[in-house]
Design a binder for this molecule. Sequence first.
Ligand SMILES: Cc1ncc(COP(=O)(O)O)c(C=O)c1O
Length: 445
Amino acid sequence: MTVTISRTQRRFVLPESELPTHYYNIAADLPVPQPPPLHPGTREPIGPEMLAPLFPMELIRQEVSTDREVEIPEEIREAYRIYRPTPLQRATALEKALDTPARIYFKNESVSPAGSHKPNTAIAQAFYNKREGISRLVTETGAGQWGSALAFACSLFDLEAKVFMVRVSYDQKPYRRSFIQSFGATVIPSPSTETNAGRAILAEDPDSPGSLGIAISEAVEEAGSRDDTKYSLGSVLNHVLLHQTVIGQEAMAQMEMAGDRPDVVIGCAGGGSNFAGIAFPFLRDRLSGASSTRFLAVEPASCPSLTQGEYRYDFGDTAGTTPLLKMHTLGNDFRPAPIHAGGLRYHGMAPMVSHLYDQGFIEARAYAQNTCFEAAVQFARTEGLIPAPESSHAIRAAIDEALEAREAGEERVILFNLSGHGHFDMAAYDAYLAGSLTDVEHTPA
Ligand SMILES: Cc1ncc(COP(=O)(O)O)c(C=O)c1O
């Protein structure tokens, strides 16, 4: 007897030769230009000299560039080839479990050495700093993913790295610390006694769990005080979003291999970089009117900068040391609750994502953490991958879209970015499985 199994392709893999050669810069295609960063004193647009103590010239150039394409140097592409192109996967088992006519695809960024999308920009930033003679980088990390990525990238380009790690993550994730140290970087909990910003917070609250805003203040302060050191940011700024567009460019080619076009593209949003990475290359067609694809940014209910923040100029950090950025913000003094998706605990949203949201090209949704972990566990039990708590927000939204499609009897094509795995987040899964996770909703002041 012959049994016929209908076979649906699950993995769409590009050869190394298909690695993108350029980053895609959405600034070239905006119908309305993005509001510029302002000097906090004069409230005039800043020039490169204000950023020069913190960033190498090439990154400053990319920050303000309106060229559609920025060539990726061969040294960066060589490092990307350690893990790129990443696979696009069809979540057929999840579709079956949901009994949905929707087709769910995910771009798997968890296969990178750090376990997330973060090395896409860490490698680029380490390279450009090295090329301009910098020997040391300092940064912050929320969940530990960004610190891991920068530590890895600095080891590739022989740079020293120091990471201010948000205290709550430092305590919750000891193995992220070990990971960062294994690549030769130094990691210290933030707020720390090493900077004025850290000492001021500790004087007010000695048990402060820290936040990305505080850790950024510490890292910026240290970078500004040493000639051999520059600052490196893992999200929010245009050049970081730009580097992440390798994700969406590959995904476009892979969706073509699959013979599908996404009706909705989903990413979780902390500072906005993985969302931008998957969304912006697809958004180009939406901006030109060639597609009607929807774009959905998903954030935590406890830190809902897009869905509840104001769209105004604000500081990127807690101490108020950065230029003013026009963004959706809960206020730079907002202290996010210590939820488990540490990488989503940021008071603001990337100015470019905020601008496109304001212009109506992006939708946003906020979820509490228990419902995200429920989605994460369903995904793990069907697709075999334990997602990062941050990524579980995108999965929750993808599942809800698939359930809506079932109700509507519609063949919706859903694409989400699996921004990372959760192998260092098992304490969070323990808490969820034990029923001891609390949901924290933001209550506007
Ligand atoms: C796995 C993962 N996903 C998402 C994020 C959120 O950052 P962004 O919005 O910049 O992609 C982080 C941040 O640390 C992360 O580690």
